[in-house]
Design a protein around this ligand. Structure first.
Ligand code: UDP
Ligand code: MG
Length: 311
């Protein structure tokens, strides 16, 4: 029997590219030796994405839809895709054709060689400006310095996992605040990378603002490293040492009692800055603990199409 490939595509207001995506992906997929399913996860689109998908699903039984009740974010959409997919291999990709479907045959080759986790690493990102590229490089060096988990530089959410890995993700990585890319780095198994060139978005606009990306980066650091929590100890030691030096200096020189106003102001500002920063860091951890504790669903499915588990 032929093996099955699941392509998981997250869709949020992508009416402008969906048909082009379906065509281009279809062309590549018709040439592969595996069976395939195209699993679109509609992440609460407000435009015509769902009607377009529904039409495609009516024509083509290999098109499957999981539709959320509202927007839950890209990560939730990928998780749902992994949950609902049935393939022996699963590929997660974006709908905007930034992740070229032409890479799929190479992914299949790696699966056939026995790799279980395939990270797609972009060599060039035409659509992102210099700022996004620089910020992304800074983010990856920071998270690698802070976390025990190694993050592939420029790893994208274009990735592929085997059924076995998908089952692990499904059963064991149910955190509310999550970063699929990180989990995939965290599970072990035989891994490999494939390089690709990110194209410019085929149509429509990026859904990620700088603010959203920043929040995303903070969440990832908090989820994958406890080091920031320990910063307080170092800051405390450092300011203690500083205090001792100033103390000794004042005692021995007996100068500076009437003067030194500027020193005091600067020291106070400096200390408070550190203090508030640390309170803020602890706040980030508490907010994530709180979110996990509430245990709300990662996503809510409103309807599905062409899936056995119809809802
Ligand atoms: N996306 C989603 N939910 C969201 C935001 C984005 O499912 O809340 C999807 C979007 O439709 C696209 C992919 O995630 O398929 C990547 O989004 P986008 O292209 O806007 O991000 P960028 O490539 O600019 O980082
Ligand atoms: Mg994109």
């Amino acid at each position: 029997m032929k093996r099955l490939l699941s392509i998981v595509v997250s869709v949020y207001n992508e009416e402008a590219v969906l048909e082009q995506f379906y065509r281009e992906a279809g062309q590549v997929l018709s040439g592969i030796s595996w069976d395939y399913e195209l699993l679109f996860v509609n992440d609460g689109s407000q435009d015509d994405s769902l009607p377009i998908l529904t039409r495609l699903a009516a024509q083509d039984a290999r098109v499957k839809i999981v539709s959320f009740s509202r927007n839950f974010g890209h990560e939730a959409a990928m998780i749902a895709g992994v949950d609902y997919s049935r393939g022996d291999g699963i590929v997660c990709m974006d709908a905007d054709l930034q992740h070229p479907p032409a890479c799929i045959p190479e992914i299949l080759e790696r699966f056939e060689e026995g790799y279980q986790v395939i990270n797609m690493v972009r060599t060039k990102n035409e659509s992102a400006g210099w700022f996004k590229n620089l910020a992304s490089a800074a983010f990856y060096s920071l998270i690698n310095a802070l976390s025990d988990v190694h993050f592939e530089n420029n790893a994208s959410d274009f990735l592929a996992v085997s059924r076995q890995v998908a089952d692990v993700l499904k059963d064991s990585y149910r955190e509310r605040v999550r970063f699929l890319r990180g989990f995939v780095q965290n599970v072990g198994f035989r891994r490999t990378t494939i390089e690709y060139e990110a194209r410019a978005r085929a149509a429509g606009q990026s859904k990620y603002s700088i603010r959203r990306l920043f929040q995303f980066s903070v969440n990832t650091i908090v989820c994958f490293s406890n080091l920031p929590l320990k910063l307080g100890i170092y800051a405390g030691l450092l300011s203690g040492l500083l205090g001792m030096i100033v103390l000794v200096y004042t005692l021995f020189t007996r100068r500076g009692a009437p003067r030194g106003y500027a020193t005091i102001v600067v020291l106070i500002c400096f200390m408070f800055a550190i203090l508030f920063l640390l309170v803020g860091i602890i706040g980030e951890y508490i907010s994530i603990l709180f979110t996990e504790l509430k245990d709300r669903p990662i996503y809510i499915v409103e309807e599905t199409k062409n899936l056995e588990r119809e809802s």
